[in-house]
Design a protein around this ligand. Structure first.
Ligand code: SAM
Length: 386
């Protein structure tokens, strides 16, 4: 949950005294070990505002990997967890470049700060007064107001929304009707407007038939969100966007060819990025890179040349999967460590691993899957393809 900031705390932290207090405490270790000592020191320097100062310093440290340029931000624990990572927010903002945009659930401003950079005009709003005050500090050149997203306060803008998807105890909500604000109410409140809604990656497409585009977005190999686009901002029915922290990105859409044969294993196994799999674009991705499927129902691909920028698996040996045969193969190859990937078979890698009784100096990736009805094991060497 974290410390519950008040509006007074925010006013203090933004004041000259607050900035001086944050600076005076910036050198504290702030670890579990140093906690009691840090609190005593902060109380001496800052007095009753010590908890707000210490929490702010801690959250700024935690924000470093997620939010670029947040060294001076004001945050709450929950708001930081909910915040869109900068790389993802930047991608969304670039798609909206030059438009007038209203972020109706702006929270502390992780999306808003990027929208501000690309939009023609940009407005942020949120129901929570503390977050509104923090967003004003974090994105000083945006207009931020307190408003209910379900009662429109702007006209002719693209609406960006990121409803909260956790309840008060931090558990995830899966039903769009339980999002806050609820997805259908949002859609109705902005019936005639271009709308962009960030959702959980697992959202059921049938629950959002109004979305003209469903974009699955991954960052550094982890699927982060499904973004729904309605109106003139939608550009493809389905899209997978693969982002990396190093600034590189690519995407694939349903508009591309999807001719992809099913055939015998080539030299490599390729496990497409989760965004591609979740967007249902495995065949499109395969067609783009000259790959083919091992089985039309399984997302593993194969080919003789792995696509650039992927982690791919060079096949050393393969055959019908039987546990004792796999154990013998790994022993013969001197494999002491394995990564086990499974798709289409009911096998738990953590249960299987100790039963393989590994010994040796080499390592391998074992891909277990089904080709037709045959369980098949591939013993591979993993490579990061530049
Ligand atoms: C997931 S957070 C948004 C995070 C934001 N996109 C970011 O990256 O920092 C959801 C926000 O919706 C706000 N919210 C919930 N219901 C609202 C409503 N009816 N009107 C406006 N804001 C609302 C919450 O206060 C919360 O700040």
């Amino acid at each position: 949950m974290g410390y519950a900031f008040t509006l007074d705390d925010v006013a203090f932290l933004r004041s000259a005294d607050g900035v001086a207090a944050l600076r005076a405490c910036a050198g504290l270790e702030l670890s579990e070990r140093s906690r009691l000592r840090d609190v005593a020191t902060a109380r001496e320097i800052v007095g009753v505002r010590a908890p707000a100062v210490l929490e702010t310093l801690l959250l700024r440290r935690r924000a470093r990997d997620k939010l670029a340029g947040a060294e001076d931000w004001l945050l709450t624990d929950d708001a930081l967890q909910q915040a869109t990572p900068t790389v993802v927010a930047r991608h969304r903002a670039e798609r909206l470049a030059g438009r007038d945009v209203h972020d109706v659930t702006c929270s502390i401003g992780a999306d808003l700060v990027e929208l501000r950079r690309t939009a023609n005009r940009c407005l942020g709003s949120d129901l929570d007064p503390v977050r509104v005050a923090m967003a004003r500090h974090n994105v000083p050149d945006a207009v931020v107001v307190r408003a209910d997203a379900l009662r429109p306060v702007s006209r002719h803008t693209v609406i960006v929304a990121d409803p909260a998807r956790r309840d008060a105890r931090g558990r995830r909500r899966w039903n769009p009707a339980d999002f806050v604000p609820a997805l259908d109410e949002l859609r109705q409140a902005y019936a005639q407007r271009d709308l962009v809604v960030k959702c959980a990656p697992g959202i059921d497409p049938d629950a959002v038939p109004w979305a003209n585009e469903r974009e699955l977005v991954s960052l550094d190999g982890q699927v982060r969100e499904a973004c729904l686009w309605r109106g003139s901002v939608a550009t493809a029915k389905r899209r997978a966007t693969v982002l990396r922290s190093d600034g590189t990105s690519w995407s694939v859409t349903e508009d591309e060819p999807d001719e992809c044969p099913v055939g015998e294993p080539g030299e490599w196994i390729i496990d497409p990025d989760g965004a591609v799999v979740r967007a249902g674009l495995v065949r499109h991705y395969a067609a783009r890179h000259g790959l083919w499927q091992l089985d039309e129902h399984i997302a593993y691909l194969t080919g003789d040349r792995p696509p650039p920028g992927t982690r791919a698996f060079e096949i050393r040996e393969f055959g019908r999967y039987r546990e004792k045969d796999l154990r013998a193969t790994l022993r013969r190859l001197g494999i002491g460590r394995v990564e086990i990937l499974v798709r289409g078979l009911d096998i738990d890698p953590n249960t299987l691993r100790p039963r393989l009784k590994l010994s040796g100096d080499d390592d391998a990736t074992v891909v277990l899957t089904r080709i037709g009805r045959s369980p098949t094991a591939f013993v591979c060497r993993a490579h990061r393809i530049p």
